[in-house]
Design a protein around this ligand. Structure first.
Ligand SMILES: Cc1ncc(COP(=O)(O)O)c(C=O)c1O
Length: 433
């Protein structure tokens, strides 16, 4: 805190104030960036009160996880017994394939053992075969792949391996609106969050020109994109990869929705390069395994080696029975094709409704999402529109919950069963007439 004398403040008053401030906030000898930027509560015990709980400042300043607020409202309605049409969270209701469930059951052993961070050989080989089949990418199962307990924790933890917290290039760039974990992972690792605005006119592709090479250590991209459903061409990925190579920036590609599509299959960044590059590939949406927690990281062996060194300290390895289920999932594509037929039917149903009702939206053939502009009469207030829909028992995610650039939009997650989609559309149609 900087105290400056003014005509109205005597030096004595200032020094009393400065003393009070020192008393309340005890400075620390080796100040970190956060300590400089934030007030540090005193650790002096107060005989009358417990000392204020000293939190990691990144945590202290964190707003509630965006969709949690909508979830709370939903729970409130559910407690009152209302039937809800939940298009808010990207957690599809289609059953997990029987073979995968059976593999999980068969994987429960009589004697429980700690899982290893490197995962089973069978899992790594099943994934490597999948990447060859699906993307024509050859990976070494020993040095170029590593499992994770879902891609969320992998995305969150990755900067811990690659960010030097006092280096001038400790920035992580990511698109906004977007998945909030890129920012959080950067900040908790002592990095700098460098959001880059995504624009409708540019197909929501992260503009390479807006990445600052002087500050950026790593860049996250995510195509097919949450929340807009935008997809990237190989040509775009190549341009981005060339830029990253030129400026020694790590390229992280979140490929959570790569296998949720109809039409042309979305490419993987590894089709272009492995150099200083990682793909994060999840089973959650591909195979309906959100509750299992299983994903894979793949790419540059040097980066994988760093993660192999980091991850045993985290303790996030999936249990052996989940790894067995994951092995079954990566081995089979039939269940993925079937799920994609269902998602395509829901997408077509909603796109046809949005057209009829005169909504402006981003048409897509991939991801689980439709990104829609809020009707004009709401003046771009996405939260107000989401709340209005909640009155109709329809839950959508307000665009602003995905960060700056999301204002004025809402996201429909194509998760309820098709019959529920039809019922919800019938209710919604009443609102738009
Ligand atoms: C863009 C994106 N990346 C990653 C994840 C995390 O997926 P999981 O941890 O289930 O693999 C999600 C989940 O919704 C997501 O939308």
């Amino acid at each position: 805190m900087i105290l400056r004398p003014s005509s109205k403040t005597s030096r004595a008053a200032l020094s009393r104030r400065a003393f009070a401030v020192r008393d309340e906030y005890t400075p620390c000898r080796n100040q970190t960036r956060y300590e400089r930027d934030t007030k540090i509560p005193s650790e002096q015990p107060n005989p009358k009160r417990s000392p204020r709980l000293l939190l990691n400042p990144v945590l202290a300043e964190l707003p509630a996880y965006p969709l949690v607020r909508m979830d709370e409202r939903r729970r409130d309605l559910e407690e009152r017994g209302a039937k809800l049409f939940d298009f808010g969270t990207g957690d599809p209701r289609e059953p997990t394939d029987k073979k995968i469930r059976q593999a999980l059951i068969d994987g429960v052993l009589e004697v429980s053992r700690y899982p290893s961070a490197t995962g089973t050989k069978e899992l790594r080989e099943a994934f490597v075969n999948f990447m060859l089949r699906r993307h024509s990418v050859r990976l070494d199962p020993e040095t170029e792949v590593l499992p994770a307990a879902g891609s969320k924790e992998a995305i969150f933890h990755a900067p811990l391996a690659f960010i030097h917290p006092v280096h001038e290039r400790r920035g992580i760039s990511y698109g906004t609106p977007g998945y909030p974990v890129y920012e959080r992972g950067a900040l908790f690792a002592g990095g700098e969050a460098l959001p880059v605005k995504l624009r409708k006119e540019e197909g929501f592709l992260l503009p390479v020109r807006d990445i600052d090479p002087a500050r950026t250590r790593a860049v996250w991209v995510n195509y097919p994109h949450n929340p807009t459903g935008a997809t990237a061409t190989l040509q775009y990925i190549e341009e981005l990869a060339n830029f990253c190579r030129e400026h020694d920036i790590l390229l992280f590609s979140d490929e959570c929705y790569n296998d949720v599509y109809s039409g042309d299959p979305p490419p993987s960044v590894l089709e272009i390069t492995k150099e200083r590059t990682l793909a994060f590939v999840s089973l959650s949406k591909r195979s309906g395994m959100t509750g299992y927690r299983s994903a894979m990281m793949a790419g540059d062996p040097e980066l994988i080696a760093a993660l192999k060194k980091l991850r045993p300290s985290i303790g996030a390895a999936s249990p052996g029975f989940v790894q067995q289920a994951a092995t079954a999932a990566w081995t089979d594509d039939a269940h993925v094709n079937e799920r994609n037929r269902t998602f395509a039917a829901k997408r077509a149903l909603f796109e046809s409704f949005l057209e009829r009702a005169g909504f402006r939206y981003t048409s897509t053939n991939a991801s689980l999402y439709l990104w829609v502009e809020v009707p004009k009469e709401y003046g771009g207030d996405d939260e107000a529109y989401a709340v209005r829909l909640l009155d109709e028992r329809i839950i959508v995610a307000p665009g602003s919950s995905f960060g700056p650039g999301g204002e004025g939009y809402f996201r429909i997650a194509l998760v309820p069963a098709i019959q529920e989609c039809e019922e919800a559309i019938a209710r919604w149609e009443g609102l738009t007439e």
